[in-house]
Design a protein around this ligand. Sequence first.
Ligand code: GLP
Length: 242
Amino acid sequence: MKIKVFDNPTQMGYMIAKEVAAQLNTKPESVLILPTGSTPIPTYKSIVEMYKNGEVSFKDAVTFNLDEYIGIESDHEERYYNFMQRNLFSHVDIKPENINIPDNQTTDCEKECVDYEAKYRASGCADLALLGIGNNGHIGFNEPGTAFDSVTHVTSIAESTIKANARFFASEDLVPKQAMTMGISTILSAKKIFILITGKGKHDILMKLLDTAVADESIPATALRLHPDVTIYADREAAGLI
Ligand code: GLP
């Protein structure tokens, strides 16, 4: 794993946006895996600016989001579908039919996961995946203990993740308890992976990720050790003195 450290999240977001633009300019029909959470917001802001300046187009791009809550109203701000519309998709020229996010309005989430994985694999798999990380090392909603050979599945959200995500909801009780998420093997199928880590609060998990030389299912992000092309993008606060 390589690591790149930036002065602040804005600068980091700009550099990642430039990489995304380079990917789409080289291969306009690229398949991207995209994350939600607060960490990718500066990246999405920069991508939207670049789009407005004519530096990038999503005309032929295909995107797959990592995950989605189960049991959240269709118009809820924190539904990841709405998050993605607000922060990226409504501002660029992506075709609606090329946007993929697990559909949480279905009555059969298990089937939705099987179909989602099949559609993703049929796309040829991602050219580039952007990921965030939870304080407990989760990627997507793959919580500690998730098998590294997992594919898209329904999962229970860990207590610590519910607490961490409570800041986005009126109260902790309102945080969904379940989600659909790409599995770890789904994520590892991407040709190139960037993991985005910002803020003091993520320093400990970044250190754990760097110190754990062997992939360990109790820290899901360490699965990235099994992949040949991973870059950690960190800001100075998360990186500390490294
Ligand atoms: C959520 C998402 C993850 C995200 C993580 C970190 O639970 N399911 O995909 O990476 O939390 O979020 P943040 O960037 O807000 O710290």
